[in-house]
Design a protein around this ligand. Structure first.
Ligand code: ADP
Ligand code: MG
Length: 313
């Protein structure tokens, strides 16, 4: 089976960790161990991943270092984060495959651009908080100087918000498919991909925005004609009435059943919401199955015995 695995933040950094390189390497290694279990079981895996904490750190480094060296725009920071995380995954994959004597699945990380629509309403309503926290005064000064949008982020301080447009297509899809044909394990579209807009002449240009990694993962799954979209996170299943006394974990549903629950508002925007939307889109667009599960149960979720399974009607 060809499986698109979308990894959540916990695959690279656990809650409460500082984010030093050693911690991230350790987490990546545990994640790679799970993915290699799937490869050993005979599946072909394409990996995508989040980048929230990593790109957040890069943005802070850019801010603080900007008196010595020029700060980079967000699209460049996104590319840096794909390289950082991609490197850790590639090395970890290579080493694990070598130690286990598994040949023919060498990793390849593709710096990936994802096309977005410049007319996407997200560009008029930025919603995604990124980068360092500022005081109200500093944030207002910055807004006046740059035209950026900053908001009071849940009382924790002021933070820049950027648009989160819907992904349209994966720019490097032909490159990715060629690598898959040759048997490489591809890591692509990290952090939801670098958002770009396409000009009338066919050229691309990066934009200051962030794409949701689960929605971009669905575009990647469709582009590689994956049999299964697998979204791995830090909860074992999707729940209705989440975090209430009436919470109920969902095991197996059809797209129509899941859409009905989505309309009832059970899945929070910014966390479970985009995962469910990505899963529904994948199956609605012709995919045979999507699953949302915990990283620790990856192979079981692939085999159908764990996670929330979303099936065709
Ligand atoms: P990731 O980094 O994997 O994308 P997120 O934090 O974005 O992780 O999303 C996973 C989180 O979604 C879970 O830790 C859980 O707290 C939250 N969540 C919100 N609504 C639900 C729900 N209905 N069922 C399960 N988890 C939910
Ligand atoms: Mg998320």
């Amino acid at each position: 089976m060809r499986v698109l695995v979308a990894l959540g933040g916990n695959a690279i950094l656990q809650r409460g960790q500082k984010g030093n390189a050693a911690e991230q390497r350790d987490n990546v290694q545990k994640t790679v161990d799970q993915i290699v279990r799937m490869i050993r079981a005979g599946h072909e895996v394409v990996v995508t991943h989040g980048n929230g904490p990593q790109v957040g750190a890069i943005l802070i480094q850019n801010e603080l270092g900007s008196t010595s060296v020029p700060a980079m725009p967000m699209d460049v920071c996104g590319a840096e984060s794909q390289g950082l995380i991609g490197y850790m995954f590639c090395q970890s994959f290579h080493n694990t495959l070598a130690l286990e004597g598994l040949s023919g699945h060498e990793p390849a990380c593709v710096v990936t651009q994802v096309e977005v629509d410049p007319a996407d309403p997200a560009f008029v309503h930025p919603t995604k908080p990124v980068g360092p926290f500022y005081t109200e005064e500093a944030a207002k000064k910055r807004m006046a100087e740059t035209g950026e949008f900053w908001i009071d982020d849940a009382g924790r301080g002021w933070r820049r918000v950027v648009p989160s447009p819907d992904p349209k297509s994966i720019v490097e899809k032909d490159v990715i498919n060629s690598l898959l044909e040759k048997g490489f394990t591809v890591i692509a579209s990290g952090g939801g991909g670098i958002p770009v807009i396409r000009g009338a002449d066919g050229t691309y240009q990066g934009v200051e925005a962030v794409i949701d990694k689960d929605l971009a993962g669905e575009r990647l799954a469709a582009a590689v004609k994956a049999d299964l979209l697998m979204i791995l996170t830090d909860v074992p299943r999707v729940a209705i009435n989440y975090n209430t006394p009436n919470q109920k974990w969902l095991e197996k549903l059809t797209v129509t059943e899941m859409e009905a629950l989505e309309k009832e508002g059970h899945f929070k925007a910014g966390s479970m919401g985009p995962k469910v939307r990505a899963a529904l889109r994948f199956v609605r667009n012709g995919g045979s199955r999507a699953v949302i599960a915990s990283l620790e149960q990856a192979l079981e979720a692939l085999e159908g015995s764990a996670g929330t399974q979303i099936l065709k009607d």
